[in-house]
Design a protein around this ligand. Structure first.
Ligand code: NAG
Ligand code: NAG
Ligand code: NAG
Ligand code: NAG
Length: 756
C-alpha cells in the first residue's frame, strides 16, 4: 500500500519534471532576421497559441529565410476562388500588431489584363484584423477604386486623377486614399482605369510603413525608402479583453506581467513589467527578473572600484556602499566616500590627546569638526557645481578621459596655497602650480560661473591643437570650479610687444599671426558645435620657450555669468578695443566677431601700439587710428619702426590690407578665419615678392561692391617676375601646387586678379 503511494508519487514527480522540461524548451525561434516567440510559433504548437502559426521559408526575392503569414486571396469577385497565399511578415510587434509585405496585393486594371486582376479578395486568418491605420489607396490617372468589407453591403469608393492634387499626406498626385474601418477580417476591392490605355490599381496599405521619396512616382511603384508596402494587422490572445480574461481560469499572463487590451477587435496581450525580461505569457517564457547589476547601463550604482555594491532585487535593484565607505551608492545620490581618512584623523587626535591632554583634545576636536565642515562644504560645492553630472559625462566618454577631476586639496598643494599669482582679470585670477607628477600648470580661479559651465567644459576638453592652451581638468569642490590649464612659460604677446627689453622680430610676429589664426580657425571649424573665442586679444596669446603662440581662454568668456552687474554688457563679452562693433549693435556673436578681434591683434603686431590709445588728448581705439591712417595713405607712418625694414615692407603692407579686411564694419564682408589663415600663408610665401597679394574679399566677391572696389584699387597693378618663378621660390606654395586641381583654381584666381 505504502509502496504504491510512494511509487505513484515518484511517477508523478517524473511527469511533472518532464512537463517542466518540455515547457522549458520554448525558446524564441529565429527565422531569418526576425525572432518568433509566443504567441507566434513555427514548429512546436506547444510553444505558441493556436492560429498564430507562421511559416518559415525561403523568400524568393532575397534568398533568405523569413516568416510568412498564410492568407486566403482571390483574384475574383467571388469567394469560391479563394486560394492560400503567403505574405512575408516584416515586423512582429508584441504589443498587438504585425506588418506584412503587401506590395503584391494590387487590384490592377490595364487593358491587357482587365478581367484577370481587376478584383482582389483578401481574407485574414483567425486572430488577425485590419488595423484602421491602413488606407485604401487608388493609384493611376482617372482610376476608380471601390471596396466592400466584412458583412457590409455596398461600396466605398475613391477616384484618383492626375488633373489635380489631392490633400492627404501620402497621396499627392495621381492617387487618392480613404480610410478603412477598424478591425475587419476580409476586404474585397477593385481598381478600374477609365482610360483603357492607362493602367491603374487599388490596394490597401499602412502609409506609415514606408516613406514616400518622390511624390509623383514612389507611390506608383512602391519604391519608398523601405521598398515595400506594409499592411498592418492587429492581433490579440483569446476572445476576451483584460478585465474579462482576468477572472477566467485560462488567463494567459504570467506573474510580473501586465495585461494590455489588444488594439484588435478582441483579446489581449501580455507584457513583462519594467525590470523583468521575457514574453509575459504563462505558456511562453514568462517574465524573469532582469539582473540590472550585470548590465552597467541599467543601474545607477557607483562602481565596485569606488566602493559601490549593486543588489539585484526582484524587478529592481538597490545600491549600497562597501564596508569602510559611506553614502547611498547611487551615482545621482551621495555616492560612496571612503571613511578611512576620518578614521586616520581620529586616530591621530586620540594619540595626541594621550600625550598633551584635554586641551589638545578640544583643539583636535575643533580641528576635526572644521575639517568635517570643510569636507561637507566641498561635497556640497561639488554637487552644486554639477560635479556629479560632469563625472557622468566624463565616464560616458569611455576610454579617452581627456579631462581630469582634481580635488581642492590637490590644487592647494600644487599651488602652495595659491601663492604665486600669474595674472588677474575682471573674471578670474590665475595661479601657478606644480602637480605631484611635476607638470607645471596654471590654475584659474573664477569669481563666478554661468549655468552652461559643464557643457562648455566638456567641449573645451575636446579641443586639442598645438596652438591652443590645453585644459587639463577642473576642480568642482570649491565654491566656483577651478580650471587647470597647461602652463605656458614665456608671457603674453602683449607683454612682448610693449616691453623694452623683449623684442619680437618681424618673422616672429608673422609666425605668431599665422599660428594664432590657425588655432582660431581650427576651433571654429573642428568642434562638433562651433566654439567662438569671444575674447581674442594679444594678452590672451601666450608664448612658450620657442615663441610658439598658444591661445588661452578659448570660449571661456561665455562661461561668465551674463547677469554680472559689475560689468557692462560690452565688457562682459569682450575687451574694449577688441570688441566687434557689429556685435555691440546686434548682440549677435558670430565667428566674424572673432575675426574682427583678430584683426586688431594683427594691427598690434604691425604697429606695436596698445589697443586703446590717447591721441592728442582724445581716447580712441587702435583700429580706428589704423583705419584712418590706411585710408589717408599714411600706413608707413604707423608701422612699428622696430621691425620695418625694406625687405619686410611688402609683407607688412599686405598684412595691413588683411587686417583692414578683418576690421570691416559689416561682419559678412570680413573673411572667415580659414581664409585669414590662407591669406597669411600667402603673405609669408611671397617673401621675395613684395606687393604680390591675393585679396580674399575680391576673390570671393564678398561684401558690398564699394568695399570690393576699394580693395581692388589697393592692389598692385604690376608684377615683376612670372608666376612660375614665384611658385618655385616659395616652399609653401609648392606644397599647395602638389594638390592637383586646387592649384589650377588658385592659378586662375591669381591670374584673374592680376590680369585686371
Ligand atoms: C515585398 O514584396 C514585393 C513583391 O512581392 C517584393 O518585390 C519586395 O522585394 C518585397 N520587399 C521586401 C522588403 O521583402
Ligand atoms: C498552456 O499549456 C497547457 C499545457 O501545456 C495547455 O493545457 C493550455 O491549454 C495552454 N494554454 C494556452 C492558452 O495555450
Ligand atoms: C535600499 O537600501 C537602503 C539602505 O540599505 C534601504 O534603506 C532601502 O530600503 C533599500 N531599498 C529597497 C527598495 O530595498
Ligand atoms: C537616483 O536615481 C534613481 C533611479 O532613477 C532614483 O530611484 C533615485 O531616487 C535617484 N536618487 C536621487 C538622490 O536623485
Amino acid at each position: 500500500m505504502h509502496c504504491v503511494v510512494v511509487l505513484r508519487f515518484v511517477i508523478y514527480l517524473c511527469l511533472v519534471g518532464f512537463a517542466a522540461a518540455a515547457a522549458a524548451k520554448c525558446v524564441p525561434e529565429k527565422c531569418g532576421d526576425l525572432e518568433v516567440s509566443y504567441p507566434f510559433w513555427i514548429n512546436n504548437p506547444e510553444c505558441g497559441y493556436p492560429d498564430f502559426n507562421v511559416t518559415c521559408r525561403k523568400d524568393n526575392h532575397t534568398g533568405k529565410m523569413a516568416p510568412f503569414l498564410p492568407v486566403d486571396v482571390a483574384n475574383a469577385n467571388a469567394k469560391e476562388y479563394l486560394t492560400r497565399a503567403y505574405y512575408k511578415i516584416m515586423e512582429i510587434n508584441y504589443s498587438g500588431h504585425i506588418v506584412i509585405n503587401s506590395s503584391s496585393l494590387k487590384a490592377f486594371s490595364c487593358r491587357q489584363n482587365e478581367e484577370a486582376h481587376a478584383f482582389k479578395w483578401f481574407e485574414l486568418p483567425g486572430p488577425f484584423y485590419f488595423s484602421k491605420s491602413n488606407k485604401f489607396v487608388v493609384v493611376g490617372c482617372d482610376t476608380i477604386g471601390t471596396y466592400t468589407y466584412g458583412d457590409k453591403a455596398g461600396d466605398a469608393r475613391c477616384v484618383s486623377s492626375c488633373g489635380f492634387q489631392n490633400d492627404p499626406l501620402y497621396c499627392k498626385y495621381g492617387c487618392c486614399e480613404i480610410s478603412i474601418p477598424d478591425n475587419y477580417w476580409w476586404i474585397k476591392f477593385k481598381g478600374k482605369a477609365l482610360d483603357p490605355e492607362l493602367c491603374g490599381f487599388s490596394t490597401i496599405l499602412d502609409p506609415s510603413t514606408f516613406t514616400v521619396v518622390d511624390n509623383k512616382t514612389s507611390l506608383f511603384w512602391g519604391n519608398g525608402t523601405k521598398a515595400y508596402y506594409g499592411l498592418r494587422l492587429n492581433w490579440g490572445i483569446g476572445l476576451q479583453n483584460c478585465s474579462m480574461a482576468r477572472n477566467t481560469a485560462n488567463y494567459s499572463c504570467s506573474s510580473n506581467a501586465e495585461c494590455i487590451n489588444s488594439p484588435s477587435r478582441r483579446g489581449h496581450v501580455c507584457r513583462c513589467l519594467p525590470g523583468y525580461e521575457g514574453n509575459g505569457y504563462l505558456n511562453g517564457t514568462g517574465c524573469e527578473d532582469e539582473n540590472e547589476c550585470t548590465h552597467k547601463e541599467s543601474n545607477k550604482c557607483v562602481g565596485r572600484e569606488e566602493g559601490g555594491i549593486c543588489h539585484n532585487l526582484a524587478g529592481s535593484y538597490n545600491c549600497s556602499c562597501a564596508k569602510g565607505y559611506k553614502g547611498d551608492g547611487f551615482h545621482n545620490g551621495t555616492r560612496c566616500v571612503s571613511k578611512s581618512s576620518n578614521y586616520l584623523k581620529l586616530a591621530i587626535i586620540g594619540s595626541l590627546s594621550s600625550f598633551v591632554g584635554v586641551s589638545v583634545v578640544a583643539c583636535g576636536l575643533f580641528w576635526w569638526l572644521s575639517m568635517r565642515r570643510l569636507k561637507h562644504a566641498r561635497e556640497k560645492n561639488f554637487r552644486q557645481n554639477g560635479g556629479i553630472q560632469l563625472q557622468e559625462r566624463i565616464a560616458s566618454m569611455g576610454g579617452k578621459k581627456s579631462l581630469r577631476m582634481f580635488s581642492e586639496r590637490e590644487l592647494e598643494i600644487a599651488s602652495s596655497n595659491f601663492s604665486t599669482e600669474l595674472g588677474k582679470g575682471g573674471f578670474a585670477t590665475v595661479y601657478k602650480g606644480v602637480l605631484v607628477d611635476g607638470t607645471h600648470v596654471a590654475i584659474k580661479k573664477p569669481k563666478s560661473i554661468s549655468d552652461e559651465f559643464i557643457n562648455e567644459i566638456i567641449i573645451l576638453s575636446h579641443i586639442s591643437h598645438r596652438n591652443v592652451v590645453k585644459l587639463l581638468g577642473c576642480c568642482m569642490e570649491t565654491q566656483f570650479p577651478l580650471l587647470v590649464y597647461e602652463f605656458v612659460p614665456n608671457g603674453t604677446v602683449l607683454e612682448h610687444l610693449h616691453s623694452t627689453d623683449k623684442q619680437l622680430t618681424w618673422e616672429a610676429r608673422r609666425q605668431i599671426a599665422i599660428e594664432t589664426a590657425e588655432a582660431i580657425a581650427y576651433v571654429h571649424l573642428q568642434a562638433s558645435q562651433p566654439i567662438f573665442h569671444r575674447d581674442i586679444k594679444s594678452s590672451n596669446i601666450l608664448l612658450d620657450d620657442t615663441f610658439t603662440p598658444k591661445v588661452a581662454d578659448f570660449g571661456i568668456s561665455r562661461l561668465r555669468p551674463s547677469d554680472d552687474r559689475h560689468l557692462s554688457t560690452m565688457f562682459a563679452s569682450g575687451t574694449p578695443g577688441y570688441v566687434d562693433p557689429e556685435f555691440v549693435r546686434s548682440s549677435q556673436f558670430t565667428d566674424k566677431s572673432d575675426v574682427f578681434s583678430f584683426g586688431v591683434v594683427l594691427v598690434e603686431l604691425l604697429t606695436g601700439l596698445m589697443p586703446l590709445l590717447s591721441i592728442q588728448g582724445a581716447n580712441c581705439t587702435l583700429y580706428d587710428h589704423f583705419l584712418s591712417a590706411i585710408n589717408d595713405n599714411r600706413l608707413p607712418e604707423i608701422l612699428d619702426p622696430r621691425v620695418v625694414k625694406e625687405e619686410n615692407q611688402g609683407q607688412m603692407e599686405n598684412m595691413a590690407r588683411l587686417a583692414k579686411a578683418c576690421l570691416q564694419v559689416k561682419a559678412k564682408a570680413r573673411p572667415s578665419m580659414r581664409e585669414v589663415v590662407e591669406e597669411l600663408l600667402w603673405i609669408r610665401a611671397a617673401t621675395k615678392q613684395p606687393g604680390l597679394y591675393r585679396d580674399v574679399s575680391l576673390v570671393e566677391h564678398r561684401g558690398d561692391p564699394e568695399q570690393t572696389r576699394q580693395n581692388y584699387h589697393a592692389l598692385p597693378t604690376t608684377i615683376n617676375s612670372s608666376l612660375e618663378d614665384y611658385y618655385q621660390s616659395s616652399p609653401s606654395v609648392t606644397a599647395i601646387s602638389s594638390e592637383g586641381p586646387s592649384t589650377a583654381l588658385i592659378q586662375i584666381e591669381m591670374s584673374d586678379t592680376y590680369a585686371r
